[in-house]
Design a protein around this ligand. Structure first.
Ligand SMILES: [Zn+2]
Length: 262
């Protein structure tokens, strides 16, 4: 029997997932296509769709990974990871003030913000009606039309980012921007790249807000006694994080009971 866990995703989708098996972890480690890892794991470890929520209209028992809102997939993958190794996650990070590297351990469920997708965003996805945002570029005002992200847009953005790593930010935004008023379809990416980085970041923040899901930013306190400053860092929740086993804390927990585990 494997450990299962119910995951309530940001659109209201509720699923039950199980822990990863050794076979699945080796398949991930050998995988040459990190983009497919998420879909593979979500499909493999899905035990049941308990409630499709308002966004999806799947026939009973069917689960369409490519249709998932980006935030839902992230919640499912974190759920699989927590079912496998528990909620604790350890990562190493350098302090931005003193430069000292330390390991930090967080609880993936309790310490990270899990925000529901904005109701208006769900509504717009259902009606396929984009958001409209005015963006000031130089002396001109453009109306940018964009949609909340689904997995297939993320895939497209990652593929593009691999080909053009230095243009990744604009690419990622361009895959979900449908139209920019006064700009030709073919000039959309160039327009985004010409936009000030601050303005582009504001656009990304806006999109992130309406997407909901897991906010990977967290406040940490430097582990060096001489420093102890607090700073905000982004928890590295990439696909490798999924199979990172937490360090055994025997020193803290004392002698384990050899008669029974689980
Ligand atoms: Zn420090």
């Amino acid at each position: 029997m494997s450990t299962t866990r119910q995951v309530k995703c940001c659109t209201g989708l509720t699923v039950t997932v199980r822990e990863m098996t050794g076979h699945e972890i080796s398949a991930l480690k050998q995988s040459r296509n990190a983009d497919d890892d998420g879909a593979y794991l979500a499909n493999q470890c899905l035990v049941n769709v308990d409630d499709t929520g308002p966004l999806y209209d799947w026939p009973t028992g069917q689960f369409v990974v490519d249709d998932l809102a980006a935030g839902d997939l992230a919640e499912i993958l974190i759920g699989v990871r927590c079912a496998t190794f528990g909620n604790e996650f350890t990562f190493a990070l350098a302090c931005p003030y003193c430069g000292d590297g330390h390991e930090y351990t967080i609880d993936l469920q309790r310490d990270l913000e899990h925000r529901p997708m904005d109701e208006e965003a769900i509504d717009r996805l259902l009606r396929k009606e984009p958001f409209q945002t005015e963006v000031q570029a130089g002396t001109k005002t453009h109306v940018v039309q964009w949609l909340p992200a689904r997995r297939r847009q993320l895939l497209k953005a990652r593929k593009q980012a691999k080909l053009n790593p230095e243009r990744a930010y604009a690419w990622a935004v361009s895959t979900r921007v449908l139209e920019v008023s006064g700009v030709h379809e073919n000039g959309k990416l160039a327009w985004l790249e010409d936009l000030g980085v601050g303005m582009l970041a504001k656009l990304v923040d806006l999109m992130d807000y309406y997407d909901g899901g897991i906010n990977g930013d967290i406040e940490l306190r430097c582990g060096s006694d001489a420093c102890r400053k607090t700073f905000v860092a982004t928890v590295p929740l990439d696909s490798e994080a999924l199979w990172q086993r937490p360090k055994p804390r025997w020193a803290k927990q004392g002698r384990p009971d050899h008669r029974r585990i689980g």
